[in-house]
Design a protein around this ligand. Structure first.
Ligand code: FES
Length: 657
């Protein structure tokens, strides 16, 4: 339950979620408050007065003591403790205007309850687990081999029959057993042929059992560290997955350094075919994953030797490059990958700096341009279990789309470019601390109100901020529907820069990089191309099934481009279709979601293979209509205004106001 906030003199009222600040409330309610430092509390411009109710009183060095005493607060740092009435003083408004409309609201990243709704039929039961053994020492009377002694204990204490053992574990067994006074912990993996003992450690380390999941994207690599032991001990019975989020100990990401050798998968393949190219691409991505692993372990204070398992999802090219497999035939007609199903790979053989007992599970793939990342996303979002017709869109450099339900699934992929991950954008950045993720612009003064991730001083714009930004520029009439700036507006925010016309989002003195953060016409053009490719791909896929967007029961949006995506903004720019809000769900990084769930449950291993087998892939380049759809989508929101009736009403109303 949140608190009611009333903004005066605008007279707008809204309800804030418990962890939201007054500035976030103003953003959603469409009330303009000057906010130029991204919510970091350093510009002092978002000063408001609490005229009724209680709020938190955070440290606010930008305010005088008497101001705090009189009820003044920084809106970006203050949260209500009761229902409140807030007065926005004249100095915190550029004028008395309010933004004309409230935002439709954010599609928030999934809560564990949402995940519960998404995918069912599995129990928390990791493939890799540990068991503690206290063995009777060998004697003349009981002189079976060390390995047989362990097998006997595993059977007597835990009921495991027919266990096999990795030779590496056997090799170190005798000394380790005696050094540890016969008290050891064994790490077991469930394989197709039964349980396999892969590691043996002295003492009781059952509580130290971790997994690392990685999504290798064309532009960004994401990693998470999971606590496998706690999820087993505290996980709820049945398929309740409340623990799925709780057991994620750390999250880290980095740009895929292969980007220096080509922005998309095709240029990476071309580079891989040059002498030494494949080795170079493999080396840089492996180094980046190792860096992420080190960061994750440091963040959670976990020792490397206790990581027992790793799951990796990536598109087909990224998977092959990571494993040093020649990607040549992915690009050559008839476009076939080396293998869709890969056996578990020993981490150290792939150059990953983890114990020699750790194996990597690679998500199965579907086709050359439809990889394990999308299978993972489909697994995590549960499309394969539902009756209702779902469109799953993974919005990234490689836009991947799946249409279907539990009986059938069709998929396609299209190259969108890195704009949604902050690539190819002058001040673009990944969705990390300091990235501008929310923007509102006053339609009267053209002044922005910005909010950054981590409420830090702005460093750049991430994908979700970019979507928000372009929608606001269009709605306020600063750009036209072809993405070109109006030159006659009375504001110094629109100016001619080195790369043509641009809008200044944050002045040099107000941000963390010491130079004006701008959005240029070229950036907008890149975004239009990216969204056009994804929208066109969806249209062709739907046409193939003889359906339209209106036939969908649900549209699941995935992508690592920000914590939030504003549905209305995404519709305004024509990235998402103009269908009812309640049909949408945003799952964040879908590939990581599936990889995480798979780490927690062996039940999902079979499901991942079933999904890869049941998907029919269509090659968009074989459809001349794709180019027509793409050209038609190169407009904001679209050249066919009848496809966006509600959005066009909003845009026209804004123009008329
Ligand atoms: Fe609140 Fe700058 S101090 S936005």
């Amino acid at each position: 339950m949140g608190y009611k906030v009333r903004f005066e003199p605008a007279g707008r009222e809204m309800e804030l979620a418990p962890d939201e600040t007054i500035l976030q409330g103003a953003m959603s309610a469409g009330v303009h408050i000057n906010a130029s430092c991204g919510g970091s509390g350093t510009c002092g411009k978002c000063k408001v007065k609490i005229i009724k109710g209680e709020t938190t009183v955070p440290p606010m060095p930008m305010l005088q003591a008497w101001e705090v005493k009189e009820g003044y607060r920084l809106a970006c740092m203050t949260k209500p403790l009761t229902d409140i009435v807030v007065e926005i003083p004249v100095e915190s408004q550029i004028d008395s205007s309010v933004l004309r409309r409230e935002r439709a609201g954010f599609a928030k990243v999934l809560s564990p309850q949402d995940i519960h709704q998404l995918v069912g039929g599995w129990t928390i039961d990791p493939t890799v687990f540990k068991r503690y053994l206290e063995l009777p020492p060998a004697t003349k009377e009981d002189n079976m081999s060390d390995l047989a002694r362990i097998y006997r204990a595993l059977k007597q204490e835990y009921g495991f029959d027919r266990v096999s053992t990795d030779f590496r574990a056997i090799k170190k067994m005798s000394k380790l057993l005696r050094d540890a006074d016969w008290k050891v912990t064994v790490t077991m993996v469930l394989t197709r042929r039964g349980h396999k003992l892969v590691n043996i450690e002295p003492g009781d380390t059952v509580e130290k059992n971790y997994s690392i999941v990685v999504d290798i994207g064309t532009t960004t690599v994401f990693g998470q560290l999971l606590n496998l032991h706690e999820c087993q001990v505290f996980g709820c019975p049945g398929f309740d997955v409340d623990g799925a989020e709780r057991y994620t100990l750390a999250v880290a990401s980095d740009y895929n350094p292969q980007i220096s050798y080509g922005e998309d998968v095709i240029s990476r393949i071309v580079y891989a075919l040059k002498p030494g190219g494949l080795e170079r691409l493999q080396e840089v991505v492996v180094r980046s994953i190792n860096k992420i692993i080190t960061e994750l372990l440091k963040m959670a204070n976990v020792e490397r030797k206790y990581v027992s398992h790793m799951v990796i999802a990536g598109n087909t090219t990224m998977t092959q490059l990571f494993l040093g497999m020649n990607p040549r035939y992915i690009r050559e007609d008839p476009y076939v990958p080396t293998a869709n199903f890969l056996p578990p790979v020993r981490a150290i053989h792939a150059g990953i700096e983890l114990g020699d007992h750790v194996h990597i599970y690679m998500f199965p793939m579907v086709a050359s341009y439809l990889g394990g990342d999308i299978v993972s996303g489909v697994l995590g979002s549960g499309i394969f279990q539902r009756d209702d017709l779902t469109l799953y869109m993974d919005i990234g450099t490689n836009g991947e789309i799946v249409l279907g339900n539990k009986d059938w699934m069709m998929s396609a992929s299209c190259s969108a470019g890195p704009a949604f991950e902050g690539g190819g954008i002058k001040f673009g950045m990944r969705a990390t601390r300091g990235a501008i993720e929310q923007v509102r612009i006053s339609p009267d003064t053209y002044e922005p109100m910005i909010m950054t991730i981590g409420r830090a001083r702005a460093k750049g714009i991430c994908g979700s901020g970019l979507i928000y930004m372009v929608a606001e520029l269009l709605e306020t009439g600063i750009i036209d529907q072809s993405g070109k700036f109006m030159h006659t507006l009375s504001t110094n925010r629109v100016r001619k820069g080195e790369d043509g016309y641009e809008y200044v989002l944050s002045w040099a003195g107000e941000n963390a990089i010491g130079q004006d953060i701008t959005l240029t016409e070229i950036d907008i053009d890149n975004l239009i191309r990216a969204k056009g490719a994804i929208y066109a791909g969806c249209k062709v896929l739907l046409n193939q099934a003889d359906m339209t967007f209106n036939d969908l029961d649900r549209l699941i949006v995935a992508g690592g481009f920000g914590h939030y995506i504003d549905l209305e903004a995404a519709k305004i720019i024509g990235l998402l279709p103009d269908i009812p809000e309640e049909k949408f769900m945003f799952v964040g990084n879908g590939s990581l979601l599936g990889a995480r769930l798979l780490s927690f449950s062996k039940d999902l291993l079979k499901e991942a293979e079933r999904i890869a087998n049941m998907m029919t892939n269509i090659e968009l380049s074989n459809f001349p209509s794709f180019m027509d759809e793409y050209v038609a989508a190169m407009f904001l929101p679209h050249t066919d205004e009848t496809a966006f009736p509600n959005i066009m009403k909003i845009i026209k109303a804004e123009k008329a106001a």
